[in-house]
Design a protein around this ligand. Structure first.
Ligand SMILES: NC(=O)N[C@@H](CC(=O)O)C(=O)O
Ligand SMILES: [Zn+2]
Ligand SMILES: [Zn+2]
Length: 432
């Protein structure tokens, strides 16, 4: 089947917008034609959508998300999570193994893949755990997990406390040509704290999570990555010190890549209004100085990509208050408008830069064939109305989660239609 998306604004190699007609055939991009080009005959077999000058980008890729299934279906399911993803313009999402059971066996990897197939929404790429039950005691069967379809190994949710365990994991992953993805957190430095060390903690008389609890693992793991040669990827970077260590490691050719979340680029601990669990996430919101360092790191390529760390929790769980509620906020449905409004609409970033960090950069780092509009690539596409302005309203989210600090924010640049393999999965007008 042939589809034509007419009059789409597309970013060219130089990052400028050009009007194009995107031709899709059998789920793949067939051609991206210039304005004057002859569009293939539009008989009955050709389906045409007029983008009317709206931006069309490769579908967003989110390499760090929590879909909660199996085990925590009250927070999210693979279906509700992947619907939320598609509504946020994401067409490929990589899900973390901190489910119940933990994704530490081939059976659980297969279950995740099967549920994702049934949901028929976004492409779901499962990570598997580094250690059994994410307890840090015994490595999982990397080879079997890879065969079942896992794309990398991580104990996200907790740090791997033992350096020896991490080194063994890296050796095994390297032998299988697989990446190790690390949630960097030294438990001995955190002990019970739930906000960053700094102004907010001081004002409320709270013990803080120091920056070193993250950066110590980053530094340790960079050395282990150097020793083992593995592709080491750092999760949700939030501190100046981590950015510095990753920058130095890259400069001397160590195989390290990293991600950063929208909330760590937009919010600091000084923005937290009070003891509200919708502002509680791991890593915590850091100081304005850390925020600036993360932005700089993203700009100079030290941080390779933006991920949401979409982490839905139920209203009841988040109502327990900041101390007792679980860490995490939802992310899919606010990520692009948030960053577009804050950084692109204000003239700080080029639109092409933001899009690259959400599409071709994650695809390059993880070797995916999507994230680009070149002929032959899957027709995973997102149409965005850059002028559309809406208030964030969690009641309208497709995710089961309502846990966001961005309620009521007026944002511009909302996704309005999403295609996966040439199929429209969601549109603002017609829903799912
Ligand atoms: N980021 C979070 O605050 N929470 C994540 C775990 C994690 O990403 O470490 C979760 O699973 O809820
Ligand atoms: Zn984490
Ligand atoms: Zn996470």
């Amino acid at each position: 089947m042939v589809q034509i998306i007419k009059n789409a604004k597309v970013l060219n190699e130089q990052g400028q917008l050009e009007t194009k007609h995107i031709v899709v055939k059998d789920g793949r991009i067939e051609a991206v034609l210039g304005e004057g080009a002859d569009v293939p005959v539009q008989d009955g077999s050709v389906q045409t959508i007029d983008a009317q000058g709206k931006l069309v980008t490769p579908g967003f890729i989110d390499m760090h998300v929590h879909l909660r299934e199996p085990g925590y279906e009250h927070k999210e399911t693979i279906e509700s999570g992947s619907r939320s993803a598609v509504k946020g313009g994401f067409t490929t999402i990589a899900c973390m193994p901190n489910t119940r059971p933990v994704t530490d066996t081939p059976q659980t990897v297969e279950l995740v893949l099967e549920k994702a197939r049934q949901a028929q929404m976004a492409k779901v790429l499962p990570y598997a755990a580094i250690t059994k039950n994410e307890l840090g005691r015994e490595l999982t069967d990397f080879e079997a997990l890879k065969s079942a379809g896992a794309i990398g190994f991580t104990d996200d949710g907790v740090g791997v406390q033992s350096a020896q365990m991490m080194k063994d994991a890296m050796k095994r992953a390297k032998a299988l040509n697989m990446p190790v993805i690390a949630h960097c957190e030294d438990d001995s430095l955190v002990k019970g704290a739930f906000v960053t060390e700094g102004k907010f903690a001081e004002r409320h008389g709270l013990k803080g999570i120091p920056n070193e609890s993250e950066a110590i693992h980053v530094g340790r793991d960079i050395l282990l990555a150097e020793a083992t040669g593995v592709h080491y990827h750092v999760c949700h970077v939030s501190t100046e010190q981590s950015v510095r260590l990753i920058r130095q490691a890259k400069a001397i050719g160590i195989s390290v890549t990293a991600e950063v979340c929208p909330h760590h680029l937009v919010l600091s601990d000084e923005d937290i209004p009070g003891l509200d669990a919708n502002w509680k996430m791991n890593p915590p919101l850091r100081s304005p100085r850390d925020v600036e360092a993360c932005i700089e790191g993203l700009l100079d390529g030290t941080l390779d990509m933006i991920v949401t760390d979409h982490a839905p929790h139920s209203v009841e769980e988040k109502a327990k208050g900041m101390e007792l509620a679980p860490f995490g906020i939802v992310g899919f449905e606010t990520a692009f408008p948030l960053l577009y409004t804050r950084f692109v609409a204000t003239g700080k970033w080029e639109l092409s830069f933001l899009v690259k960090r959400m599409t071709s950069d994650p695809a390059r780092v993880f070797g995916l064939d999507s994230g680009v509009l070149t002929p032959g690539a899957p027709a995973d596409l997102t149409m965005i109305d850059l002028d559309l302005e809406k208030e964030v309203n969690p009641e309208q989210f497709a995710t089961k989660g309502r846990n966001t600090p961005f309620t009521g924010w007026k944002l511009k640049g909302w996704p309005v239609m999403t295609w996966v393999d040439g199929q429209v999965r969601w549109s603002e007008q017609d829903g799912f």
